[in-house]
Design a protein around this ligand. Structure first.
Ligand SMILES: Nc1ncnc2c1ncn2[C@@H]1O[C@H](COP(=O)(O)OP(=O)(O)OP(=O)(O)O)[C@@H](O)[C@H]1O
Length: 249
């Protein structure tokens, strides 16, 4: 089932398109890694898809009334700012705002599930602003999980996490996809993307230049042309292994 449909999505900044005529569909079961160099348009694409930026073309999410959109998709922005010194539990509970009629017990269970998925049960009573940067990032992921939407859009969700937390977070996203939901996440770590995503969408200067399974997208030609790097990429008994090796321009 399609959970997100973008049709000729275009976002202009000044005269120039920074997202340029992007068409794609995301279905339940997919964990899509949105990849591309700095400035490629990943954040702009995610924000326009959520209806947070003026755009041309269509996004099925942006077309929804705000109340329905908040039940269709959760959004994790790139900015990790936590404004108020509230408890972790209270912050994660904010993910339940789009579900006013769910009831206290359903809300509590959703918060418990989100905290458990992110390994944060022991942090429930901690003040969120007094956590480390990586801990705060995990709490903010938990808040989006508590929203329990069919689709999660996340802007660099694993940036700044330690290796264990990165792998655990990627496994959580892959598990959501395996449950029939969908995740679209911008990711700079191509090794993590190659190992955990079911599909990669590669952007360059706002345009979609490759879309498919990691092995189809992370080709030597695409890596050279889009990222200016060469890399080692192999299927191993332990799964796909990707390591950038050097700069070639
Ligand atoms: N508010 C703005 N005004 C003008 N240009 C902007 C604005 N925000 C972003 N841009 C430009 O749009 C382009 C795409 O930016 P975007 O943040 O979407 O890239 P990105 O792929 O997410 O990059 P990064 O990996 O560095 O986070 C960049 O060239 C950027 O300079």
């Amino acid at each position: 089932m399609s959970l997100l449909s973008l049709s000729h999505l275009t976002v202009r900044r000044g005269c120039c398109p920074v997202v340029d005529d992007v068409t794609l569909t995301v279905s339940g079961g997919e964990f899509v890694g949105l990849i591309g160099p700095n400035g490629a348009g990943k954040t702009t694409l995610l924000r326009a898809a959520m209806g947070l930026l003026p755009h041309d073309g269509q996004s099925s999410l942006a077309a929804l009334p705000a109340r329905l959109r908040a039940r269709a998709a959760a959004f994790l922005p790139q900015s990790r700012e936590i404004a108020w010194p509230v408890s972790v539990e209270a912050l994660v509970e904010l993910g339940r705002v789009p579900h006013p009629g769910a009831g206290a017990e359903a809300d509590r269970q959703a918060v418990d599930r989100a905290l458990a998925r992110m390994g944060l049960q022991g942090y429930r009573g901690r003040i969120a602003t007094a956590l480390s940067g990586g801990e705060q990032a995990r709490v903010l992921i938990a808040r989006t999980l508590a929203q329990e939407t069919p689709l999660l859009l996340a802007d660099e969700p694993v940036a700044g996490l330690d290796p264990e937390s990165q792998i655990r977070a990627m496994q959580v996203f892959a598990a959501l996809a395996a449950e029939g939901r969908a995740v679209v996440a911008s990711i700079h770590d191509l090794g993590l993307a190659a190992r955990h995503c079911t599909r990669l969408v590669m952007l360059a200067r706002g345009r979609l230049v490759a879309d498919g399974a990691p092995a189809v997208v992370l080709t030597p030609d695409n890596l050279a042309e889009v990222f200016g790097v060469r890399a080692y990429f192999a299927q191993t008994p332990d799964g796909p292994v990707f390591q950038p090796l050097g700069v070639i321009r």
